[in-house]
Write a protein that binds this ligand. Structure first.
Ligand code: ATR
Length: 260
């Protein structure tokens, strides 16, 4: 039985074990996927276990997506470019760090907006999540607007990715809006964008936070199309499942039904 898991702290809220275990079962794959809730002080020790091949592969989540890179023997080009790892697997005895978040983001967005190339896209945020989204958009030739509370961080990203940095005070019109900040996680957080911006030509809203944030609620009230953040979880997981199992015919519906 091959063992897999999701490494994070905290991580018990993660839906990943449900999703992968359901998929293993339906494929008859001899695998088990568990929570790996590891405190920062225990990370070294845990990674020794990983390197001794206790796990066949791991998903990596907050707060370790960047930190984990120093433990990898190799990094994929994508992981290097995004600067974050959400997948660990072994290849020829080496621990490889890879990233499937960008694919999850892009596939989920395309399900709702099939004509991205003709739309103006606004990305909000300049952390790791924003980097994965910018990488994805660059892959399909989309040059988005980028806005961030700390403008200097957005400017740094502008040197690495194809973007136009803009200000919250003077936002350009856009049809697709993506929230890559943590605003909305807290119960008393405001909506990251004013209502008059949302009601002036925005068509599609994608909040990467898996909950009913003020941005999601307001967008729904305005009748805008919403991308469900769980679809991003699904599609990044589909890519991971392929790596974990070498199964090409991934049971996408089973995975989706387990987390919906
Ligand atoms: P992640 O790796 O998940 O993207 P992160 O690197 O901590 O997380 O990035 C968080 C993002 O949320 C940043 O863009 C941050 O803006 P700053 O660069 O100005 O810190 C943004 N953010 C967090 N709290 C915010 C707030 N109250 N208002 C606006 N943006 C906020």
């Amino acid at each position: 039985m091959k063992k897999f898991g999701v490494l994070g702290f905290p991580v018990k809220h993660s839906l990943s074990p449900l999703m992968y275990n359901a998929a293993f079962e339906v494929c008859g794959f001899e695998g088990f996927y568990e929570f790996c809730e590891v405190e920062p002080d225990d990370l070294n020790c845990f990674m020794k276990r990983v390197k001794s091949r206790e796990y066949a592969g791991l998903s990596v989540t907050v707060p370790y997506k960047e930190k984990i890179m120093e433990y990898c023997d190799e990094l994929s080009d994508v992981a290097k470019k995004i600067g974050a790892v959400n997948l660990l697997y072994f290849e020829k005895g080496k621990l490889v760090g890879d990233n499937t978040d960008w694919f999850g983001f892009l596939t989920a967005l395309k399900e709702v907006e099939s004509d991205l190339a003709s739309k103006a896209v606004l990305i909000i945020g300049a952390g790791g999540a924003a980097r994965a989204c910018l990488y994805a958009l660059n892959q399909v030739g989309v040059k988005p607007f980028l806005v961030n509370r700390t403008k200097s961080k957005a400017m740094e990203l502008a040197e690495e990715f194809l973007v136009e940095v803009v200000d919250f005070e003077n936002l350009p019109a856009s049809q697709v809006v993506v929230n890559c900040t943590s605003v909305g996680l807290g119960d008393s957080d405001p909506c990251i964008l004013p209502e008059d911006y949302l009601s002036n030509g925005v068509e599609v809203v994608f909040d990467l936070i898996y909950k009913e944030t003020p941005l999601v609620l307001q967008s729904r009230n305005l009748g805008l199309k919403l991308v469900d953040a769980k679809r991003m979880l699904l599609w990044q997981g589909v890519r991971q499942f392929e790596k974990f199992t070498d199964i090409i015919d991934v049971p996408v519906d089973t995975m989706w039904n387990s987390i919906e």
